[in-house]
Design a protein around this ligand. Structure first.
Ligand SMILES: [Ca+2]
Ligand SMILES: [Ca+2]
Ligand SMILES: [Ca+2]
Length: 244
């Protein structure tokens, strides 16, 4: 069961490929994101029952965009059951001023004004099999409803998943799409987070790959992890070999 882990980044975690807008990205070899209901045991891997993701839409995109969620409910397939399924999870999409640039969105734990910006859409999913193993689509959103952040090349949308009640783990995926009914990548679009809570593959031989993005002029980084069990191993691969 305990193949859930959380990484906290003092820097951005970008999906590795600008074309791949599925979260987790295919290259990461990570099957699902996970958010537990707020009554979940922290020993199951989620320390704050909340996960925030950002999507960047390039300035040249004029057609509407959609944020799709796979398996948004907590029941049936894919999810982490504890006792009976009783978990309620809320997904909320934000855009507009300060959706990304408010300093509280980078806090280690959800707090302050981390829900900054304009609430564009929100939906709560219970432990019902509606949408089990299926995609739910948020949108359409006009790209300009995001917050324009020139350093990131476009408009940023934020999606927060909160475990409102229950003690099970909601496993899910995102896709940034140009279509409401299928996953169609948006050219030049991207996804990133500052804190990543995900489900590792059940097969212990599988290796997950994370691709942190570090901006220019950064000379020191720190990476912290919660609940990485002792049957696993973390390797840091870099262009530069550290000298001891
Ligand atoms: Ca499910
Ligand atoms: Ca339960
Ligand atoms: Ca789910």
């Amino acid at each position: 069961m305990k193949r859930i882990t959380r990484f906290l980044f003092g820097f951005l975690l970008l999906t590795s490929n600008c074309i791949a807008q599925q979260v987790p990205a295919v290259e990461e070899n990570i099957p699902f994101l996970v958010t537990f209901g707020k009554d979940g045991a922290k020993s199951w891997g989620d320390d704050d029952f909340s996960q925030t993701y950002f999507f960047v839409i390039p300035k040249f995109q004029v057609q509407p965009i959609y944020i799709r969620v796979f398996d948004p409910e907590t029941s049936g397939e894919n999810d982490e059951k504890k006792g009976e399924f009783n978990t309620k999870t809320k997904f909320s999409v934000y855009g507009g001023k300060e959706a990304f640039t408010n300093k509280d969105v980078r806090l280690k734990d959800p707090g302050g004004n981390y829900k900054s910006g304009n609430l564009l859409a929100s939906k709560t999913f219970i432990s019902s099999e509606v949408y089990d193993g299926e995609w739910y689509t948020f949108g359409p959103f006009n790209p300009t409803e995001g917050e324009l952040v020139n350093e990131y090349g476009g408009y940023i949308f934020k999606i927060i998943c909160e475990g409102l009640a229950g003690d099970d783990g909601n496993l899910y995926k995102y896709f940034l799409s140009s279509s409401p009914i299928e996953n169609k990548a948006i050219e030049g679009g991207n996804a990133f987070t500052f804190e990543y809570t995900f489900r590792l593959s059940d097969n212990q031989k599988d290796i997950a790959h994370l691709y942190p993005y570090i901006e220019q002029n950064v000379y020191l980084i720190s990476l912290s992890n919660f609940d990485f069990d002792n049957d696993g191993e973390i390797n840091i691969v870099s262009m530069v070999k550290r000298e001891n």
